[in-house]
Structure formats: C-alpha cells, structure tokens
Design a binder for this molecule. Sequence first.
Ligand code: UN1
Length: 513
Amino acid sequence: MENFGIDSALKNLGVSTNNNGTSTGSKSSGKGGELKSFSPVNGQYIGSVSTTTREEYDQVVATAQKAFLDWREVTAPARGEIVRQFGEKLRKHKADLGKLVSYEMGKSYQEGLGEVQEMIDICDFAVGLSRQLHGLTIKSERPGHHMQEQWHPLGVVGIISAFNFPVAVWSWNTALAWVCGDVCIWKPSEKTPLCAVACQNLIAEVLKDNQMPEGISCMINGDYQVGEYMTKDERVPLVSATGSIRMGKIVGQTVAARLGKSILELGGNNAIIVTPEADLKMTIIGSVFGAVGTAGQRCTSTRRLIIHESIYDKVKDALVNAYKQLKIGNPLDENNHVGPLIDTDAVKNYTNAIEAVQKEGGRILVEGGVLQGSGYESGCYVKPCIVEAENHYATVQEETFAPILYLIKYSGDVNDALAIQNGVKQGLSSAIMTNSVREAYQFLSASGSDCGIANVNIGTSGAEIGGAFGGEKETGGGRESGSDAWKGYMRRQTNTINYTDKLPLAQGIKFDL
Ligand code: UN1
C-alpha cells in the first residue's frame, strides 16, 4: 500500500516507534506498560507510548504545580506571545500533523488539515484574548467605595480528549487555559496517543526556546485509571473532558464529589429539520457531509433528518442518489470521501445498531455493511447507511458513532418537527433548512431548539472556533472554544475597595462601638 509520506511526517514530528507517554517531571520508568497504536487506514502498527504509573503521575502534578507558580506571574499578553509562537509552529507543521491525524485516526487528509487549522485558529483567538481577559466595575451602594470583578487563573487544568478530534479539542482547551495563566495536563485518547506525542513535542520546543518551564504543558497516557488519577485529585481544580456520555457521567460525578469544576462536552444526537421551505440542494450537501464526514464520528455528526411529509420522498430519493456517489477508502487518498472507523469495536457497534434498528421496525434505504478485500484489510471500513425510522426507537435515541442516518417523517408545522428534534436526551447540535423567516426564528426561539448549537441553512457539524462549543442535557452543559468560554478556566473574584475614612455597612446596617 502506498505510504503517502507518513514516515517522513512521523520523523518531522519527532514521533518514533517507542515514545515516552509521560512528559515532564520524569523519564518514563517503563513500569506502566505500553499503549500500542495501530492505523485504522491499513491496520498497521505505527508505534507505542509508555503508560503513566501512579508515581509518575504524582511527579507530573508536582512539576505542573511548580510551573504554575511562575506562569501565573507572566503577564497575560506575554503568555499570549507563547501561544502565538505555538500557532506559528503549527502552521509550519500543518501538513505533517494533518497527515498523522489522518493516519492514526482515519479521517480524510483534508479533514486532518482542517483540524490543524482549528488549532491555529484557536491560537490566534487566544492571542487576542490575552489582552481581553476583562473584568467589570460595579457601582457600590456605599459612598466612597469601588467594586470590581476580576479573573485569576485556576491552577492545574486536566484535559481528557477523545480520538475523533485527537489534536483540535486539546488545543481549544489548552490555548485558552494557557493565556488564562493555567498549566495543563493532557490525557489523550488511548486510541490516538501518537498525535498527542507530536503536539507535546511541538509545544515543548516553544517552551524551551522561551526558557519557560516544561510543566506548563504536561501529558499522561493510559486507560481510565490514569484519567481517574486526575478526576480524583484535588490538586487539579478543573477537569475538561470530551467523550461519551457514559465517560462524562463518571468524570462529572467523580470531580463533583470533591467539589471540583468540570467542563463536559459529551455525545450528541444531532438532527436537521427539513421543512417544505428548504433549499433541496443545500439540504442534500449539508446532510451528506454531516452524516458521512469523519465517517460519522464527530460529536456534531448528523444522526437524524426530520423531513416534512410533503417533501419526504423527494429528499429521500435525492439522498439515496447522493450516497451512490460516495467513494470509501484510504482517507489519505483525496479521491475518497469516507475513511475507516477508528477500530473494529466501532465496527461492531455500527453493525449492532443496524441490526437493532431493523428489529424495531427500521427500514433500510441505503444498505450498510463492512467492506472486505484489497484496501480494506484493517476491517474498519463500513458503508454509510440510511434507515427510515421513528424517533422513539431505542437505537435512534442513542448516539452510534458511525455513518448511520435516520430519516424521520413529520407532519404539521415546525413545532411538530421541534418536538421530535428535542425528544432525545442529548442536546449538542441542531439545524433547520428553510427559507422561511418565521420557521427559522421559531427554531431559534426559547421554545425552539434545546441544543447548545442551533444553525439555519447549514448542517450540524463543522462549527467555527469563534463560538462557544458544547451542549445541554446529557451533552454535559460545558462550553469550550470561543465567545466567553475562557471564563470556565478562571476563578472570579469580587473586590470592594473603601477609599474613605468611614466604614459604612451594606444594607444600611448600623454597628457603632
Ligand atoms: C467533536 O466532534 O468532538 O463542529 C468536535 C465540528 C468541529 C468540532 C467537533 N469543529 O464538527
């Protein structure tokens, strides 16, 4: 099989076949064992990282805590300068890192590049932010008093990221946390550890060039137990976790048990409502990209299409036709639209879901299946599938991280479609396709979509970094990336300053001695 330059990308990023998975504070003791990474593209072994022992973890936290004492004294714009340099590094290594993301995770090379672009964008955003960590001034009820609100860094921030965005989601968290004055410990997905090693190498160079302590950016590797070291650790005031609802419930409860803070960005069950007023061409492009892009492995992937009965057959036929054009294969080959799923467990979840939904009454419109033969040796390539279904089916209510699209018919008006859309436990992303101002604004109103992301005339996936990213209900309620998500990485302090020689009390209380 063609190599597509992956060897030189690994070399340029300093990723070898045996990597230290615990950066900062220690050289790996080798006692923790090893995590092997295989490419879903061709099933080949790429390399390994050592996993982090409890002892190594404690060293990492101590190093991070020490680095925090220096880092919080660096002015915010100077911290922004470090992030700017990291963004420059990413620009330089965009092709290499994009390729590694594609090879280790399985998304198309174009999407791998897009993911690195998101990293660059959030760095730019964070640089600007470093001069805008604004507080407030507040009018006091007492004469000669001044009130203000300011923001301080929290300390050590734990970041748990998922395989599907192995580098971008870390950067959304870490770039903001850094300019806020926090230091970070990253536990990447066990399925994509080498992408993390590459990122860690790049930031380590920047920190070294600037004589900054390495502990500003730390990495640990391993299974849920290593994650648990952080979630249970009161030295880590904030844990930001991206992944499944199952994982998020455990993380959220563990962190809450010690009254720590968490930012949770969990599963979605994203729908596009297609009304009689929709532009059909835009609907098809938006839906197909949303459903099959990243092989349906985005938390914003389109899972459900809620289509008005008057246009249902037209939309269905156009979709079935569009799916016929899809090319499935090596994601590094630009001619392909759909790459592999992350691993064979994911393939099993996909086949189980298709089986289960049929038992519940689902009707297959575009048949799925696992591909075999030349080019598909990894066993991770599946056919994007379309199923006619009803919203209440247990399978439809769940997020299956695979390219399965459910078509659901609605009658009545946009409120009937909204009831179906909101009738799931998750609340991440949503969209409406319509040229009607009335329908669009009803969808965006308080009685409209209950999701953290609600789009008009674009699909559910592919959010820009400038907006706050996250969702409601079982999606976890956290917000990352743009807008004022930075506030989640800082502690708020209210100050009252008396510049008189009197001591009046608030609420008019008298207390004379
Ligand atoms: C995710 O799938 O975890 O909106 C994040 C999008 C991307 C991010 C997805 N910008 O599709």
